[in-house]
Design a protein around this ligand. Structure first.
Ligand SMILES: O=C(O)c1ccccc1NCC(=O)[C@H](O)[C@H](O)COP(=O)(O)O
Length: 219
């Protein structure tokens, strides 16, 4: 199965176009106002039109209520909801049933004990995104540019597709894939020149580096 590459936190036409032209499989849009990558519904609608099925549109939310998800459905019509808050297994099931879209559950990782939630989520989610657990005083649960110990995923027995994220960049993505065996990678800070400011050349370099693993058959 080929590697999935997700560029997350896109917020401008220019950088979205760069990600699409560089071959991103997934493009993520953050609907979380405290984030420097937050996009309005109007921007989400505009950027969503630009994707034109060249990649999967991922709507990233944090403990969003149904009204918020309804608005995002209307604006972006996402291919996947990425649930990056403390959503319960029951909430995942509820969202899948209500919106008829696949869900990717973000699982914060700092220690092996964090993986104890997997059986519950794996029974409902369509894919898992492993991300570095945010510090207690963080203003957001993701997009912080810090990795976790990828070796925690070395002996993972997960029947579900999963992605690795957290502090990835062009210089470490091959190692992250080698250690974790993940089927996908996700990046935000590692392709930015400043928080929320995506850099076209960094986007291209990240995707190039990630794709190189397919030739190296690192995974
Ligand atoms: O990106 C954000 O600002 C964000 C805000 C709130 C919840 C999640 C967020 N990002 C989630 C992602 O999917 C990021 O790509 C992932 O956390 C990796 O981020 P980074 O370490 O900056 O590459």
């Amino acid at each position: 199965m080929s590697l999935l590459v997700k560029i997350c936190g896109l917020s401008t036409r220019e950088t979205l176009q760069t990600a699409l032209d560089a071959g991103a499989d997934m493009v993520g849009f953050v609907f979380f106002p405290p984030s420097p990558r937050h996009v309005s519904l109007e921007t989400g609608r505009d950027l969503g039109r630009q994707v034109k099925k060249r990649a999967l549109k991922v709507a990233l939310t944090v403990d969003a209520d149904d009204a918020t998800l309804d608005n995002i459905m209307d604006a972006l019509s996402p291919d996947i909801f990425q649930l990056h808050g403390q959503e319960s297994v029951a909430r995942l099931r509820d969202i899948k049933q209500r919106f008829g879209r696949p869900v990717m559950k973000a699982v914060p990782v700092a220690a092996a004990a964090d993986l104890a939630v997997l059986p519950g989520y794996a029974a409902v989610a369509d894919r898992i995104l492993f991300d570095a657990r945010a510090p207690k005083d963080a203003t957001r649960p993701g997009g912080l540019g810090e990795p976790f110990d990828w070796h925690l995923l070395e002996n993972l027995d997960l029947k579900l597709p999963y992605m690795v994220s957290g502090g990835l960049h062009a210089g470490n993505v091959v190692e992250a894939l080698r250690v974790t065996g993940a089927g996908g990678v996700d990046v935000s800070s590692g392709v930015e020149s400043a928080p929320g400011v995506k850099d076209p050349e960094m986007i291209e370099a990240f995707i190039r580096a990630a794709r190189a693993t397919q030739e190296l058959s690192v995974r």
